[in-house]
Design a binder for this molecule. Structure first.
Ligand SMILES: C[S@@+](CC[C@H](N)C(=O)[O-])C[C@H]1O[C@@H](n2cnc3c(N)ncnc32)[C@H](O)[C@@H]1O
Length: 258
């Protein structure tokens, strides 16, 4: 993870996402075993029954998650700030509605459709420079009792260096400066800004906007080297690797009223 090389306006992030959209789609798309899909089960579990439920995919990229929810019966739609991502989403899934909005400014035209049963934000919140207006809009646009589900790289462990002490053979991830907010450039897909915030920051920011933590998941990490081998065939190193989660799932709920 490199240090941020620019400190410009948040709108610059969308220029970057337009530039790297094709590369992102190529890498993230269609790999059922990809770690990108690990928390999809969590979303499905918390959204069930999906049939007839209106779900907004926040930072939807090329729309694959919205489509997968629609295939299970949800009335799914998406919003993203990258014109390239939205163009791909519209061309791939013409039956679904996709809005374009810089989420730093809130939900834009997706805001008008009030009463969502749920929102999902899969690996997008950590890319958004300021979440205040988005959360303000989200709590209004969700129905009472509605859910906001998010997944993201685990702020404590994602891309923290893996270390194996050559003398003691002790293994650990090197976590530094966890409580500091930091802007970094993630090299994956061609370089985009990543806003590091501690887990407690997310929990408290959502709570301030009336969205309270209902569930949290830290799934064991599938070792990159393990491929399709079952857990009982993993090496000692792979078993250790799996014990440190690098993805985080959060489920927030708007209070039911009345
Ligand atoms: C890591 S991708 C995740 C995409 C999709 N949710 C998925 O699971 O494949 C992050 C997404 O956030 C979007 N994004 C980043 N900053 C944004 C902003 N300020 N407003 C709207 N979308 C933004 C990007 O365009 C990109 O599609």
């Amino acid at each position: 993870m490199a240090d941020a090389t620019y400190d410009g306006p948040a709108s610059q992030d969308l220029v970057t996402w337009d530039r790297i959209a094709d590369r992102y789609i190529e890498l993230a798309d269609g790999r059922a075993t990809s770690s990108f899909h690990h928390l999809t089960d969590f979303f499905h579990e918390r959204l069930r029954p999906l049939s007839g439920r209106s779900v907004l995919d926040v930072g939807c990229g090329h729309g694959w998650l919205a489509q997968s929810l629609a295939a299970l019966g949800a009335e799914a739609s998406g919003v993203d700030g990258s014109e390239s991502m939205i163009a791909q989403a519209r061309s791939r899934y013409p039956g679904l509605t996709f809005h374009t909005a810089d989420l730093v400014d809130g939900l834009g035209s997706a805001r008008a459709v009030a009463g969502y049963d749920a929102m999902v934000a899969r690996f997008s919140l950590q890319c958004i420079a300021d979440l205040d207006r988005l959360l303000r809009d989200a709590v209004v646009a969700l129905r009472p009792g509605g859910l906001f589900l998010a997944s993201m790289p685990h702020p404590a462990f994602y891309m923290r260096e893996r270390v194996e002490d050559p003398v003691t053979r002790e293994r650990y991830r090197k976590v530094t400066g966890y409580l500091e907010h930091e802007t970094r450039i993630l090299p994956d897909f061609g370089g985009h800004r990543y806003f590091h915030r501690p887990v407690s920051w997310y929990v408290n920011a959502f709570a301030r906007h009336g969205l309270h933590l209902d569930d949290m998941r830290e799934p064991p990490q599938h070792p990159d080297t393990a491929g399709d081998r079952g857990q009982d065939e993993w090496t000692d190193f792979e078993t250790w690797w799996s014990t440190i989660p690098v993805f985080l799932g959060l489920c927030f709920r708007k209070a039911p009223t009345g």
